[in-house]
Design a protein around this ligand. Sequence first.
Ligand SMILES: [Zn+2]
Length: 246
Amino acid sequence: MWDALLDLFLGSGCAVCERPGRVLCRSCHDSLPRQAHDCWPSPTPPGLVRPAAVGEYAGALKLLVNAHKEQHRFALARPLGDLLAVSVSAHLQSPVTGGTCGEVPVVLVPVPSRPQVVRRRGHDPLLRITARAAARLRGDGVPVTVARLLRPVRATADQAGLAAPDRARNLAGSMRCRTGGCTARLPPRCRLVVVDDVITTGATVREAQRALQVEGLTVIGAALVAATRRTADRRRGRVRATGVEA
Ligand SMILES: [Zn+2]
């Protein structure tokens, strides 16, 4: 509420259509997607869990993600978290061993941001929207928690501008589960969903998945707000990505 009032006080407007007033006007809010879809990257990293997103990283979704991430429009954590919750829900509808997913605790695991990126931005936007997504799902009766299980263990180059194979090489072995028994505190039989704001090549999600699975944890899917539409330039024999992974 305070963030929303601050946005209003500072004279800002809708992050999508720039109409003065609310950080996301009712019209733009009502036009946001209501359903998630599978968003397999092409090429798909081998073994990648099923990724779900509510739409393409373009238009309103791109404006919202960037306004929240880079312009500190914190009130957008709420609608972005609600969109992420829709993507998480896509993984809760299929039955799993030992009951339905709705009965088994679900743990959202955000991909770790590089410390220097968090310092530069002054906040951790993914953690903010993940917390909102969990709160939204708990409000709907789904047993969901958030666990920051992963940490970066070495420096990686900026993913922007790297082709898919280079992104995978850049990230391989770059994450690890935190020590200190944090995995022991997870609910019994819990299922993990890796969450991120945008999926481009899938290399980030795949690395997070690997780091969790080597600890014996069960990852049932990845939930994203948006997916970058990637265009293959066959003449050059390479794939070009138009998005940025944090
Ligand atoms: Zn608007």
